[in-house]
Write a protein that binds this ligand. Structure first.
Ligand SMILES: NC(=O)c1ccc[n+]([C@@H]2O[C@H](COP(=O)([O-])OP(=O)(O)OC[C@H]3O[C@@H](n4cnc5c(N)ncnc54)[C@H](O)[C@@H]3O)[C@@H](O)[C@H]2O)c1
Length: 301
C-alpha cells in the first residue's frame, strides 16, 4: 500500500486573490485551509472551489495550525497585516514560510517586531494568480535565504514563474512599472488627448502585445536595429526630452465616470469582462508556451 503525504496550504483571506490562490493550490493537489471572517465564507468556497480538498475556518489560528505553507491575501492595510502575521507566527511550525500577496507593502514593515520575521516573504502575484505566470518574491532584510528558496520552490511547483528581487522597494518592480503607465494613462485622458477605450486599445495593440513577447530592454535592442539599444538610446530616446506631467488625483471622478460608461459596472459586467480576459490570457499563454494553468469551472469570478 502506498502512502501519499498531502501538503497543507493555509490561505488567509478569501477575496479576489485568496480564492484564486486557493484554487491554484487545490488544483496542484494541496489540501487547502481558507480563513476569512466573512460570514458567507462556506458559500464562497462551495461556489468557487467545489471538488477540491478545501476547508473553511473563520479562526486564523485554527486554519494555520497544520499548514506547510501560508499565502496571506487579506486586506492591504498594514495594521491588519501585522495582526494576521502575529497570529500566523504564533500558530505555525518554525519551518513554515509565511508569504504575503501584498501589492506594495514592504516586507520589513509587515515583519517589524514579528518573531517569525525570518520566515516572512512577499509572494506578489498578478491578478488572477491562477493564470498570470509571474510571482514576485521579495525578501525583507530579516528573511532567511531558506525561506526565499522554499517560496521559490513552492511557486515553481504550482507552475508559476517566480522572480526573486535582490532587495525590497515599495511597490516592488511590477507595480512600480504599472504605476507609471496607469498615471500617464489617467493624465492623457484628463488632458483630453485620448478617451478611455482608445487608450486601452492602444496598449493592447502595441505595448501590451510587445511586452507579452519581449521585455522593454529586449525591445530596445531590436528598436536600434543591428547596432542595438545603444543606437536607439543615442538617436531616438535622446530626443524624448519632454515633461510627461502628472495626473490630477482630485480629478479622478471624471475619469472613473468614463471608465464606467465604457465598460459598465456590477456583477454581470464583471463576469463578462473577466471571462474575456481569462479566455484571451489562456490563448496567449498557450501560444507563448507558458505552463498550462489549471482548468477551472468558474474562472474570473
Ligand atoms: N486585487 C488585485 O489585483 C491584487 C493583485 C495582487 C496582489 N493583491 C494583494 O492581495 C491582497 C488581497 O487583495 P484582494 O484584492 O483579494 O482583496 P479583497 O478585498 O478582495 O479580499 C480581502 C479579503 O480579506 C478578508 N479579511 C479581512 N480581514 C481578515 C482577517 N483578519 N483574516 C483573514 N481574512 C481577512 C476580507 O473579508 C476579504 O475577503 C492584498 O494584499 C492586495 O494588495 C491584490
Amino acid at each position: 500500500m502506498e502512502w501519499f503525504i498531502v501538503a497543507v496550504a493555509a490561505i488567509v483571506g478569501a477575496g479576489v486573490i485568496g480564492i484564486s490562490w486557493a484554487r491554484l493550490f487545490g488544483a496542484a493537489g494541496w489540501e487547502v485551509r481558507v480563513s476569512d471572517p466573512r460570514p458567507d465564507l462556506q458559500d464562497v468556497l462551495d461556489q468557487h472551489l467545489a471538488g477540491l480538498l478545501v476547508t473553511a475556518s473563520a479562526d486564523l489560528a485554527e486554519a494555520a495550525a497544520d499548514a506547510d505553507f501560508v499565502q496571506e491575501s487579506g486586506p492591504e492595510r498594514i495594521s491588519v497585516k501585522e495582526e494576521m502575521f502575529a497570529i500566523l507566527a504564533a500558530h505555525t511550525r518554525d519551518d513554515v514560510v509565511l508569504a504575503s500577496s501584498s501589492s506594495s507593502l514592504l516586507p520589513s514593515v509587515i515583519a517589524k517586531g514579528n518573531p517569525a520575521a525570518d520566515r516572512m516573504v512577499i509572494g506578489h502575484p498578478f491578478n488572477p494568480p491562477e493564470l498570470m505566470p509571474l510571482v514576485e518574491v521579495v525578501p525583507g532584510p530579516e528573511t532567511s535565504v531558506r525561506s526565499v528558496d522554499r517560496a521559490m520552490a513552492v511557486y515553481q511547483e504550482l507552475g508559476k514563474v517566480p522572480i526573486r528581487l535582490k532587495k525590497e522597494i515599495p511597490g516592488f518592480v511590477g507595480n512600480r512599472l504599472q504605476k507609471v503607465l496607469d498615471d500617464q494613462a489617467t493624465y492623457l485622458v484628463q488632458q483630453g488627448v485620448i478617451d478611455v477605450a482608445d487608450l486601452d486599445d492602444l496598449v493592447r495593440a502595441a505595448l501590451g502585445l510587445r511586452y507579452a513577447t519581449i521585455g522593454p530592454f529586449q525591445s530596445g535592442v531590436l528598436g536600434g536595429g543591428p547596432e542595438g539599444m545603444r543606437h536607439l538610446v543615442t538617436h531616438v530616446a535622446s530626443q524624448m526630452t519632454f515633461e510627461i506631467g502628472e495626473p490630477d488625483t482630485a480629478g479622478m471622478g471624471r475619469v472613473l465616470d468614463e471608465v464606467e460608461q465604457t465598460y459598465g459596472t456590477g456583477e454581470a459586467a464583471y463576469e463578462r469582462l473577466a471571462e474575456l480576459r481569462d479566455n484571451r490570457t489562456r490563448a496567449v499563454l498557450r501560444l507563448l508556451g507558458w505552463p498550462e494553468p489549471p482548468a477551472t469551472a468558474d474562472e474570473g469570478k
